[in-house]
Write a protein that binds this ligand. Structure first.
Ligand code: VNL
Length: 389
């Protein structure tokens, strides 16, 4: 009799414990954040992590009455690792949303997991046009290379640049940049005399730059991923390209705010087109840059940080609208969001799930002793040109 009562009590206790665990799960909204926190692209991971934490510090760690649990994982920028981590986050942790994705191959490797598990996946960094087409569950808050590249392709021919050599990292975003720059620049009457592709990892720019020097174009158009711009800029100057009268233009990845201030005089006058500069002149951006710096030892946010910050905005608002939901409902609440970002006005196109934003033409200038990408022209509400074909 005693034993039976004991068993009953135990059973009730176990049941209660189980229920409270389930309730605890249910009272959580889980974000699986996968970033390159080590390896050659660690600066992207660091910038996005800092922005995500800033967003949470400013907006609280509960949404719709649920506690937000951030699970950060380092994928070392290896696609098979990203995919395995995403699988674990979905199956074991039952995350509501996957986020991060520092490079294109990492996002593409994980797309099938999002589709199979119906888990919304927010791309905060990677920028090849086709990524959003790899899964109906992918939403992007970073940018696309076609968006960024056509801005400078319009500006250059109006400013005395008629002959250009392109030089890009040999993978998705580089190929997009090369293709869309060339198409638009040629349409505008320019000539691309050569198109060079360098390896993504540990590129030696020297032999390529020598080729460019011999070709004597008016300008060299470059795309290299965030973090790689400093090495390119250094070799550009060491090879005497600027002295030979060859200008440097590109998408804003090369004059990345994370490293721009340490590039020195060689960066002065470099004109690029991009969706974000830390010197963007708006009250919201000033507040963002200031708070980001205060929380991170004076670090300047770059375009990766803003992709992470806006990604959190999209996730939080969707979580609110669905009372901490998941799957298709959460995804649908991400589509169509319109808001002011530190970069300017942003729209998540419900059809493409891709970001629509302004592209700015900027020139590197020294202001109060520091190098900044100073915006001087705006192309409003640019949709990804890669989708319209
Ligand atoms: C990508 C595009 C990566 C632009 C970047 O930096 C970048 C990508 C790491 O899609 O892989 O600046």
């Amino acid at each position: 009799m005693r034993k039976r009562v004991f068993l009953k009590i135990t059973a009730v206790a176990v049941l209660a414990l189980g229920t409270s665990l389930a309730m605890a799960q249910d009272n959580l909204f889980k974000i699986g954040l996968i970033l390159p926190m080590s390896g050659p692209f660690a600066s992207t991971g660091k910038q996005i992590e800092a922005a995500v934490r800033l967003y949470m510090a400013q907006n609280g760690d509960t949404v719709a009455g649920k506690k937000v649990e951030l699970i950060l994982k380092d994928d070392t920028s290896a696609p098979d690792v990203t995919k395995r981590i995403a699988q674990e986050l979905v199956v074991n942790d039952k995350v509501n949303v996957l986020a991060g994705f520092g490079l294109t191959p990492l996002a593409l490797a994980t797309a099938p997991i999002a589709t199979q598990s119906k888990t919304p996946l927010v791309v905060m960094a990677a920028a090849t046009s086709s990524i959003t087409q790899a899964s109906p569950f992918i939403v992007r808050t970073s940018f696309t290379l076609p968006q960024a590249a056509v801005g400078i392709a319009d500006w250059a021919p109006r400013n005395g640049i008629k002959k250009v050599v392109t030089l890009v990292s040999d993978y998705g975003p580089g190929i997009d940049a090369e293709k869309f720059f060339k198409e638009r620049f040629t349409f505008n009457g320019g000539q691309v005399s050569d198109s060079l592709r360098v390896p993504l990892r540990n590129p030696d720019f020297a032999p390529f730059l020598q080729k460019v020097r011999d070709d004597k174009p008016d300008a060299l158009f470059v795309f290299v991923p965030s973090g790689a711009g400093a090495a390119l800029m250094k070799q550009f100057s060491e090879r005497g390209m600027d002295k030979a009268g060859i200008r440097l233009i590109g998408t804003g990845d090369v004059t990345d705010d994370d490293i721009l201030n340490n590039m020195g005089d060689v960066a002065l006058g470099v004109v690029t087109s991009h969706h974000y500069s830390a010197s963007h002149n708006s009250p919201l951006n000033k507040k963002f840059v200031d708070a980001f710096g205060k929380a991170n030892n004076g670090l300047r946010p770059n375009f990766m940080a803003v992709g992470g910050y806006d990604g959190m905005r999209v996730i939080y608002e969707a979580a609110k609208a669905t009372k901490g939901g998941r799957g298709e409902a959460l995804l649908n609440a991400m589509k169509g969001q319109i808001f002011e970002s530190p970069r300017g006005p942003v729209f998540i196109d419900a059809q493409t799930r891709d970001v629509v934003h302004n592209i700015y033409i900027r020139k590197v200038e020294r202001v109060n002793g520091q190098l900044w990408n100073q915006e001087f022209d705006t192309i409003k509400d640019v949709k990804d040109p890669g989708k319209a074909r």
